[in-house]
Design a binder for this molecule. Structure first.
Ligand code: NAD
Length: 300
């Protein structure tokens, strides 16, 4: 597997993949070659304890056999910015990377994490000649993990036993799907005030972390490792991933998160759980935010 962009997120992902020994090879590629080399040299020193994993800095031709490539290259939001403010600059970076990957790793499954992830996924699918389902975004996997952790803590149960999704934009218009939130098949029953607190905390999580440490990287690293493991093991678990909606819920011309089955060739199936009208309306509003930002950046 390979990680493009050996910044905070790329390295957190490589570290999480390494410590869970999720891949036999981890290639790091960054336009700052020394940074990729330094991180690879640092990580490889742990192999005596973790196992025989080939970790090294790489260039595009080295990626020919990579089964999965994670793209984390690009700028992250600073205090006071939203993810949508990153669009123009990061679109150029992702466009260049997609062209290199189409040339050098046409078979790989490509997982995008660079923000704004939904719009960049929509554009990357358009720019790439890769088969459908082989490019997708991490979408609301991180937001859903935050949501489940908060519900688990409110109910004093393991978040792993909380089945709940945040769908739509990985951003401020995200849609917490309370209608399907369940614990052992029993719908989650929380007071309206507690639900609002959980929604707000989920939506503002990145902002709060950035206000304190300047960026987010550790939980997204764990999320990426989880998704890479799902591809490399053909897991076929369900994850909320950013994909073109192609008419689901009557929404088109946009990529955003719906629950997807993930396996060795990427997205195997996109699911469209039945939702109450107010949640469908919220998904439409989320899609419009993404379309408007794409138009405003001159990328529609
Ligand atoms: P960073 O600035 O620490 O690292 C970015 C890296 O990308 C740098 O090392 C830079 O040299 C490299 N880079 C830039 N252009 C490149 C190119 N053309 N080819 C190769 N490498 C290139 O940023 P970060 O904190 O690691 O964040 C990376 C991205 O991940 C941001 O867009 C951020 O918003 C996003 N992110 C996504 C999620 C998510 O849930 N999807 C969560 C957190 C952060």
């Amino acid at each position: 597997m390979a990680v493009i962009g050996a910044g905070s997120v790329g390295v957190a992902a490589a570290y999480a993949i390494f410590t869970r020994a999720a891949a036999s090879e981890i290639l790091l590629l960054d336009r700052d070659t020394a940074r990729a080399e330094g991180h690879a040299m640092d990580l490889v020193q742990g192999t005596a304890l973790v196992g025989r994993i080939n970790v090294r800095a790489a260039s595009y031709p080295d990626l020919a056999r990579a089964q999965v490539v994670v793209v984390t290259a690009g700028r992250s939001q600073k205090r006071g910015e939203t993810r949508l403010d990153l669009l123009r600059g990061n679109a150029e970076i992702v466009r260049e990377i997609i062209a290199e990957l189409d040339r050098h790793a046409p078979e790989a499954v490509v997982l995008l994490a660079t923000n704004p992830v939904d719009i960049l996924t929509h554009l990357a699918v358009r720019w790439s000649s890769r088969p459908a389902g082989r490019i997708f975004g991490s979408g609301t996997t991180l937001d859903s993990a935050r949501f489940r952790a908060l519900i688990g803590s409110a109910l004093d149960v393991s978040p792993r036993s909380v089945h709940a999704y945040v769908l739509g934009e990985h951003g401020d218009s995200q849609v917490p799907v309370w209608s399907h939130a369940a614990l052992g098949g029993v719908p989650v029953a929380l007071e309206a005030e507690e639900r609002k607190r959980i929604e707000d905390t989920t939506r503002n999580a990145a902002r709060e972390i950035i206000a304190r440490k300047g960026h987010t990287d550790l939980a997204i690293g764990v999320v990426i490792a989880h998704l890479v493991h799902a591809v490399l093991t053909d897991e076929r678990g369900v994850h909320p991933l950013s994909v073109p909606l192609e008419g689901r819920y009557g929404i088109g011309d946009v990529a955003m998160s719906v629950p997807c089955v993930l396996g060795q060739h990427g997205i195997v199936r996109r699911l469209a759980p039945e939702l109450p009208p107010h949640e469908v309306a919220a998904l439409h509003a989320s899609a419009e935010v993404l379309r408007a930002a794409t138009r405003d950046a001159g990328l529609a």
